[in-house]
Design a protein around this ligand. Sequence first.
Ligand SMILES: Nc1ncnc2c1ncn2[C@@H]1O[C@H](COP(=O)(O)OP(=O)(O)OP(=O)(O)O)[C@@H](O)[C@H]1O
Ligand SMILES: [Mg+2]
Length: 486
Amino acid sequence: MWGMGENNYWTAIGTSLGSLMFFYTLIERFFPHGFVRQYVEKYWQRILRFTNRYIQITIDEYTGELVDQKNQSYTFADAYLSAVAIQRALQLKAYTPKNSNKLVLNMVDYEMTIPDEYHGVTFWWMLSNTNEIGKPRKVDTSRSLTLTFHKKYRHFVTEKYLDHVMEKGKEVLAQNQQRKLYTNSSRDNWYKQEMWSHVVFNHPATLDNLAMDKAKKEDIMEDLIAFRKAKAYYAKIGKAWKRGYLLYGPPGTGKSTMIAAISEFMNYDIYDLELKSVRGGNSELRKLLLDTSDRSIIVIEDIDCSIALTDKRKSKKKTSSKKKKSYEQRLAEIRGDKDVTLSGLLNFIDGLWSSTGGEKLIIFTTNHVEKLDPALIRRGRMDKHIELAYCSFDGFKILAKNYLNIDDHPLFETIRHMIDEARITPADVAENLMPKTINGGDCSEVCLGKLITALEKSKEDAIRLEAEKLLEEEEESEEEEEDEDF
Ligand SMILES: Nc1ncnc2c1ncn2[C@@H]1O[C@H](COP(=O)(O)OP(=O)(O)OP(=O)(O)O)[C@@H](O)[C@H]1O
Ligand SMILES: [Mg+2]
């Protein structure tokens, strides 16, 4: 195995590369710029060539002749090395990238030689400000990273180490990146020819502070973690790396909140797809979806309201619409808008599922799962169906912790007995638990009291609703009996 069982000879070689690099680092520190530095760099190359033992791989910041052809490998390696430097360097510089509120740490300019250990082998990275030592720069701003290692590690580097650097670099970049919320409904950017417009997404929801049953939440988290790690698995079984979730439940049970929480958990961007704004029909839909990036969530909210769900329902709609058309329908007619059809949507899901790239979640939400066409939500399209239900006692405890910062209270027992029957949404519970003043005093008693009143009212409402329903049913059956008598 690499880096294991090295004999003394190789250890000595390793040390000698270490000593050389140490020497080089000293020069680098004392002469960060100018002639001495260039001179040493020039001879440094000669020393390495002379020993005939070391290999160097250079990754330029830009490829080709053009400045704007940024080399992705450089970006990933640079991100990886900044993470390594944070652990080793004695001096760091901090900055906050544009559109971000995260502090990023990086190496100071003269700390340019970085040792990195992987599987017991030490590799040396050097940051250089010229493309080739001793030759004029192609582009003023271009830099390059040079990896130096002993030639016995040639295969290990090309087959394992560089992959590791690229993968980790991607991860670091994803962590530093600010999440974005894209939408296709905004007309602000029509002149830019962009299909999606975006804002930085800082929603505070997390899976931890989402009120729902513990077991259900853990199941979702496990599913997401498994999905994130499953790149090789999906490749092996020949399926694209995608997963569909259907979130259903009454209004105010946390469907939209859960999408924000999943985005936080996975660190994915959200593409909020508004089907009503897709005026160019199925072909525009296809273009929009091809324009989404990997590691993202594509969301269609209230899917039952967004699209004519079956051809039958659609034809019914058409006949009724002959009588009276809404202003929006007239407008769409004049504009020549085309509909996105159910089959178009299914094609998109299946097509997208089988397209290249990956790591995408697609989430549909609905208040009326029973209205949806079975074809739309069958497994394989929507792999996991998640019900967001009325607030349980478990859910209430999470909200009490979030809003009042309490784990227990004498009134909890009363609430435990009432909450299931009351059929109250987490949104309503949250509303009652929200302190009306923010003066910092303890208002748990008052807020829990308010909640108990709301639970009583909600229970009363539920009973009344039940009674009205029964009455209606009785009246209907009486009418039917009378009809039969005639
Ligand atoms: N399960 C929950 N956990 C924590 N907060 C919740 C939960 N459900 C609802 N809320 C609170 O209620 C508000 C409304 O919830 P949300 O918009 O997520 O509901 P929804 O299910 O998407 O409703 P709709 O069907 O009307 O879109 C949220 O801003 C959040 O503060
Ligand atoms: Mg919602």
